[in-house]
Ligand binder design. Sequence first.
Ligand SMILES: Cc1ncc(COP(=O)(O)O)c(C=O)c1O
Length: 424
Amino acid sequence: MNLYNIKDNSEQVSFAQAVRQGLGREQGLFFPDVIAPLADVDALLALPLAERSARIISHLLGDEVPAAKVSELINAAFTFPAPLVKLKDGTYALELFHGPTLAFKDFGGRFMAQCLAAFRTNDKITILTATSGDTGAAVAHAFYGLEGIEVVILYPKGKISPLQEKLFCTLGGNIRTIAIDGDFDACQALVKDAFDDEALKKAIGLNSANSINISRLLAQVCYYFEAVAQLPKADRAKAVISVPSGNFGNLTAGLIAKALGLPVKRFIAATNANDTVPRYLKTGQWEPHQTVATLSNAMDVSRPNNWPRVEELCRREGWALETLGSGMRDDAQTRAALKRLHQLDYLCEPHGAIAWDLLGEQLTEDEVGVFLCTAHPAKFKESVDEILNLNVPLPGPLAKHAELPLLSVNLPAEFARLRAFLVG
Ligand SMILES: Cc1ncc(COP(=O)(O)O)c(C=O)c1O
């Protein structure tokens, strides 16, 4: 697989290099130079998740990685299902929270860890990543205990759910966590500064594990196929998929799946009040506002770092950006949606509820709707309990971590302080 830097097309790398490097020059994102449609999508859809996923990834990677090796990586990463659940209103929930950290990020995080371990040279590797919640847990658990790989995770202090924090800030070992005085965008800016610092990058072998890393996106492509595979055959070409969006990695993966030939009619980019993209799609003006804290805090992002990939792919495929559905839901609407979902006997959490609500608003009669449930309701227990007047039980992995002490350090949003921590 060849990839190029979207900002500087002269920078070309292999998949293994892109996985190791994360970002290209000028903080440019890598993107595959070819996304050739798959030959027989119907036959692929008949296969089990892991086997199908290995074939999709193998097709994308081409000669670079032998098919048997790809199967090995996928089998080690995708050890849990992604069931499609039909709701009483006729829409479907794709549940992406059955992995070890109960969120969709387990797909990307675990596949990336496998890739990095497989493609690493003997140099030291430091994974530096910013999280608005779930990436941190997925990355920490995916890399925990992997020899020669240090992991440093930044998150906005007080702006992620206490349980999310417990899940990845209690591990210790090769996982270090930093609570930053600032919002997620500030964390993301610190990560970008670190990647701009060539001396630092070299000294500690910096690598990013957030959705910037192409391996994570390729893994996410696979669950869109899994969603369509579980739909009745007659409904497949009518599928509209609503994607709860923050950094837009998830939506990018869906669009790559479509470019590969997956029969999805269209996508809806569903955001919370941090609605830079829905406003942009309506007005053509890119005007990020100050990020605001919401109930769906993992989507509190006003400068989504994967957006250039969405634009690049749409440009290449000749898809007008306006064909993307989009919309936003504020906290009051999110609460109301969660309640209505619960009345349909479906227990959801704020991110999935936003995607469902916008699907309900925008789905036409001849379409079939799928919304992505990106996290287990217990990961947002505080808000789900309060809104629905429930006491959602903690699933096993969360219950265990909830008892452990936090091991995070606290730093201001100043690059010099982060740098000192990293080299110290
Ligand atoms: C639970 C949840 N839903 C949705 C999203 C948004 O995904 P993306 O950032 O790829 O748009 C995130 C991102 O962290 C998340 O944690």
